[in-house]
Design a binder for this molecule. Structure first.
Ligand SMILES: Nc1nc2c(ncn2[C@@H]2O[C@H](COP(=O)(O)OP(=O)(O)O)[C@@H](O)[C@H]2O)c(=O)[nH]1
Ligand SMILES: [Mg+2]
Length: 296
């Protein structure tokens, strides 16, 4: 048996909605980071740790880098994405099929600045009928500064993920493990629970609300083998509160039920979940409110 003892930080970068969090969850083999069809689902930097024998890969999921810097929350997300490129051993640069936008260009620039080698992933190839048409695009991207390899894959359908994993191990530096072998993230259960609830809000509600919602865990206690959780959903306006609650409380019940099922799977125990909706006007553009909601 050969013990190689490789260990390193691998940042997953890309513009919003290209499938970074989906890819992270598939590489880890469980759902750590929340995903949805809406851009900017991931707001925080989050570590996903995978230990395979002598090797430990520490993935860093990031909010997508985007051009809008208008609100404080957008600035927070861009900072979180940008800071993920310092002290990194390897970058996975995720792009979506053959489209190439100004935001991809922004990511490419920050990769050049970061100085770590980057594996370029072309995601969502399941949506691409003619795979041959990818070749000229691949050939173009391999010449980007910092890019050392390219892999077309489908994160959602688990196509070609093993090629990516082999490449990651190829570029992972030798070194002692930073985390114990049974640790899978740097985040608390409380944080992961609040993220699950936010995911259900993102998935259940129309376009306007998700960007205006934040979740705060008020109570998290185990009593008689049942974990009791109370959470506040903060929105910015009264009208939004009505939408989140829905007719006769229907929406909030669905959000609560879907959340509870995922939380039970995460914590591996029975959960009683109480959700409340409150209005805190302008929280997404208020540095102090942001920091009290954990965005710091
Ligand atoms: N068809 C397809 N959809 C994908 C794939 N990977 C991710 N998605 C979808 O793309 C959307 C954005 O994914 P997410 O992981 O949240 O993107 P992120 O913003 O980059 O973290 C979600 O609706 C995913 O289900 C893929 O390989 N194929
Ligand atoms: Mg994400």
């Amino acid at each position: 048996m050969i013990f190689r003892n490789r260990c390193g930080y691998v940042a997953i970068l890309g513009r919003p909605n290209v499938g970074k969090s989906t890819l992270l969850n598939q590489l880890l083999g469980f759902k750590l980071s929340i995903t949805s069809r809406k851009p900017q689902t991931t707001r925080h930097q989050i570590l996903g740790i995978r230990t395979i024998g002598g090797d430990q890969i520490i993935f860093v999921d990031t909010p997508g880098m985007h051009l809008s810097n208008k609100r404080a929350i957008n600035r927070y997300m861009n900072r979180a994405a940008k800071s993920a490129t310092s002290d990194i051993d390897l970058i996975i640069f995720v792009t979506d099929r053959t489209s190439w936008t100004d935001e991809d260009e922004l990511v490419a620039k920050s990769i050049e600045d970061a100085g770590a080698p980057a594996i370029l992933v072309i995601n969502k190839i399941d949506l691409f009928p003619k795979k041959n048409a990818l070749i000229p695009h691949l050939n173009k991207l391999i010449n980007l500064p910092g890019v050392v390899d390219t892999v077309p894959l489908s994160a959602l359908r688990c196509e070609n993920l093993d090629s990516l994993e082999n490449l990651i191990l190829k570029y992972l530096p030798n070194g002692q493990h930073y985390f114990s072998d049974d640790q899978f993230t740097d985040k608390s259960e409380r944080f992961l629970v609040s993220e699950i609830i936010r995911e259900k809000i993102m998935r259940q509600l129309g376009d306007e609300i998700p960007y205006s919602a934040a979740v705060e865990i008020e109570e998290f206690k185990e009593r008689k083998r049942i974990t009791h959780i109370s959470a506040l959903i903060w929105v910015e306006r009264k009208g939004q509160k009505k939408i989140v609650i829905g007719e006769n409380g229907e929406k909030l019940r669905t959000i609560g039920r879907d959340s509870r099922l995922d939380i039970e799977a995460l914590l591996n125990c029975k959960v009683m979940l109480n959700l409340w909706v409150k209005v805190k006007s302008g929280w997404s553009n208020d540095e102090r409110a942001l920091s009290s909601l954990g965005y710091n």
